[in-house]
Design a protein around this ligand. Sequence first.
Ligand SMILES: Nc1ncnc2c1ncn2[C@@H]1O[C@H](COP(=O)(O)OP(=O)(O)O)[C@@H](O)[C@H]1O
Ligand SMILES: [Mg+2]
Length: 480
Amino acid sequence: MSLLAKLQSKHQGEAETTERTTVIAEVPEEKGHQPVATTEAAPALDPIKPKKKERKQVKAEKVADEHKELKDLIFKYILKERQNEDVEEIISDLDDIIEEIFNENEDLNVVNDLDQLKAEITNDLTGYGPINPLLLDEEVTEVMVNGPQQVYAERGGRLELTDITFRDNDHVMAVLEKIVAPLGRRVDESSPMVDARLKDGSRVNAIIPPLALGGPTITIRKFSKDPFTIHDLIRFGTLTEEMAAFTKACVEAKLNIFVSGGTGSGKTTTLNVLSSFISNKDRIVTIEDAAELQLGQEHVVSLETRPPNIEGRGAITIRDLVRNSLRMRPDRIVIGEVRSGEALDMLQAMNTGHDGSLATGHSNSPRDMVARLETMVLMAGMELPVKAIREQIAGALDVIIQQSRLKDGSRRITNITEVQGLEGDIIVLQDIFTFKQFGVDDNGKIIGKLVPTGVRPKFYERMEHEGIHLPASIFMEKGE
Ligand SMILES: Nc1ncnc2c1ncn2[C@@H]1O[C@H](COP(=O)(O)OP(=O)(O)O)[C@@H](O)[C@H]1O
Ligand SMILES: [Mg+2]
């Protein structure tokens, strides 16, 4: 009989009858002091008997406790007895180790799912610990660890609390070490924040105590192996076919396009899709804080910023890269995210012959984006009059694409807006497409429609001139 079978048959005999509580002794972390797990029988005077309804819940908790207890014991055993051995060897010996632990702890209950337990231990030893399954799960797009007891995952645009936990802060730190060490980075009190990119392209941010009060906090934005295409976005309802045709024409006509939206609203994804419309003949320079864009064209130069070193020197910013890119004879400049003074260099580039550039920025509406760009230009440290800044913006930008993550988790392009020019002191914006929300259905899904406003953009003629033909009908609202 295999160990597994043995243990399981043992389990069946006694699983439902035994009632115990487990106390893992709190031991101060002193050198040479091994933490000890103690088990004791439930006090006989336990007066609260669960009501029938609650029993199922209690049983599940009990099983979870037992599972955790055994796992703790296994880890302590490995730390104590096998610390210097190869991880592979330990894993291949897991069955024996578990058997030994059962022999040493006779009153130990057998956990329900030994395979699951072994998988968890293997994850801890080789992968990224308890969050490994989330990282492997293709449906999960983001993983958030808020200290040891709380792990959230984003699936299908929705955040959900998982039942994954770590043992304690040290456990989270161990996983974090594993993530950043191969990247040549470290996280400790002297550098308690780190931004890094994993080998597979996923982005990791970590911030630890004392800055993060709830324990080491890790945020992982997973890299999608095959990025969304325009067809995906249409399928998701992010934009309509008409809007897709329109944005494609805008890119082909070498308009300067700015994608605006909140964090996680899908700006980078949309930027990637827009970039895919760029001709294969163009020389494209991409500039990002962390390389996320995945362009299929042949002639692409990808640039990435660099954080300062420990002494706070040697940083290369987006602004440095934008300036440098102008000397690289680009046909197109694609900027991942404009946050600060680089806005000035970008606008100047757009105004001096680098048409067809694409960028994203953080804001809540096209109007807000324009206002923020003004502020960002001021951050460049040149004392420009507001009017001059607005001229730059109005002259440079042709289209603002506003992207939002709606309450139901869906991402939508809520406005495609033309920047028409400057009238007096005001930058004139005109929506070409907007999202009309009608209400919310019983499942919390937002009911709405992306519609043309009926206005044809001023650059329509320019497009025609370039030989890009769009049927005028796409700007007209369809009859119900
Ligand atoms: N149109 C979309 N529909 C559904 N999910 C999307 C869409 N665009 C992006 N996502 C998902 O949303 C997350 C954030 O997207 P990203 O483009 O990185 O946002 P941002 O650049 O605005 O922070 C990613 O996990 C991505 O896969
Ligand atoms: Mg982004």
